[in-house]
Design a protein around this ligand. Structure first.
Ligand SMILES: Nc1ncnc2c1ncn2[C@@H]1O[C@H](COP(=O)(O)OP(=O)(O)OP(=O)(O)O)[C@@H](O)[C@H]1O
Ligand code: SF4
Ligand SMILES: [Mg+2]
Length: 346
């Protein structure tokens, strides 16, 4: 087992997302086709799930991806894992595209593993746990058949399960245990990058804490590079070194997690952090939490300019037409921060 190392911030990131976008064609139902044949109007607008995202993941760091439901976190995570080809732009692992021109995943994608939200759906109910964990490493030559039992036992132990678990089926485990199995399966592939998409969201709160603690232990003991997707700001604060905040398909702010939490510079980040439920008083009134004004616009018709302009208290004319660059603001006091806003909060 490798010992933990501090994140290595070299010029070349391990995983680089460059101007990547993902659009989905409308999923037309049978009824829609009938309506089309009858000459009736059918909504055929494209979903702009991810819109020109550039993001780096450095070796040994845990990067959080946070944002409201539907903002494109899972789609971006799947593009980074090589599951979805980008519609435009690239995703590169160590300088090699994870998706080839023919849009088939390259070999690199075995070096990127994913843990999903629902551990039950991601495990085959008819296959014993030992086979689920051992199959990938066997196929890819990470272990030989004579040693696969010991190999599986080692990864079960790493995630806090007994070696005997290998002989059981998924339904014989609780939700938290199944997520441990899913984590063991991903780690057994010895990935360079682990992408976790809401890995605790479907678990009971008490079990969530156990799985978060497991991730924290793995972060300490293994040289893991992780993208950790969650809409839970508390989990992201706990788990990550750096955070990227996503709004309607775009990254609006990124930086060291504690800096972003303590001094958010994008109005959306501030609104998101202000919406964490807590008991505070304003004058004589008890305010439970401040909701973000308005609703997330539809990715079928994202607003022009800054996507947040319909909800932003600081909006100016320029924000409504021209997309703010996601670039360094040298005038800002904290280093390593990026913010896509014409009028960042100082
Ligand atoms: N396969 C698909 N086909 C069509 N539209 C899709 C597909 N996958 C995602 N979308 C749409 O893309 C947008 C972004 O979805 P995505 O699942 O990436 O958001 P998310 O931030 O992960 O949301 P959540 O927090 O609810 O998981 C949504 O409008 C969603 O409906
Ligand atoms: S660019 Fe303008 S609308 Fe967008 S967040 Fe900044 S101030 Fe608000
Ligand atoms: Mg999602």
């Amino acid at each position: 087992m490798l010992l933990a190392q501090a994140p290595i911030m070299t010029d070349r990131p391990l995983l680089r997302v460059s101007k990547a976008s993902k659009q989905f064609a409308p999923a037309l139902s049978f009824g829609d086709h009938i309506a089309g044949w009858l000459g009736q109007e059918v909504d055929q607008r494209i979903v702009h799930a991810v819109d020109g995202v550039s993001l780096d993941l450095h070796r040994g760091e845990v990067l959080g991806l946070v944002g409201e439901s539907g903002c494109g976190k899972s789609t971006l995570g799947r593009m980074m894992a090589g599951i979805y080809p980008p519609s435009q732009g690239t995703v590169q692992l160590d300088g090699v595209p994870v998706m080839g021109a023919g849009k088939k995943p390259l070999k690199t994608t075995t070096r990127i593993q994913m843990v999903f939200q629902d551990p039950f759906a991601s495990l085959d109910p008819r296959v014993r746990i030992g086979e689920t964990i051992g199959e990938g490493p066997l196929v890819h030559g990470l272990v030989d058949p004579a040693n696969v039992g010991a190999y599986v036992a080692q990864w079960l132990e790493t995630v806090g399960l007994p070696a005997e678990a290998a002989d059981r089926f998924p339904h014989q485990f609780s939700g938290g245990q199944r997520q441990r199995v899913a984590i063991a399966r991903a780690l057994a592939m010895q990935p360079d990058v682990l992408i976790c998409d809401e890995p605790v969201a479907s678990l009971d709160v008490s079990i969530q804490a156990q799985i978060i603690n497991l991730f924290l232990t793995l972060k300490q003991t293994l040289n893991l590079t992780m993208l950790f997707i969650s809409h839970d700001l508390g989990v992201i604060r706990h788990m990550t070194d750096r955070v990227a905040v996503m709004y309607l398909g775009r990254i609006v702010e990124s930086g060291p997690t504690l800096q972003v939490y303590d001094h958010p510079q994008h109005p959306y980040t501030r609104a998101l952090l202000d919406s964490i439920p807590r008991l505070v008083t304003e004058g004589d009134e008890l305010v439970v939490f401040k909701a973000i004004e308005g609703e997330l616009p539809s990715p079928l018709a994202p607003p022009a300019g800054c996507h947040f302009h319909l909800r932003c208290p600081f909006v100016q004319e320029r924000c409504k037409t021209v997309v703010p660059d996601f670039s360094d603001h040298p005038s800002l006091p904290l280093s390593g921060r990026h913010v896509a806003c014409y009028f960042p909060i100082s």
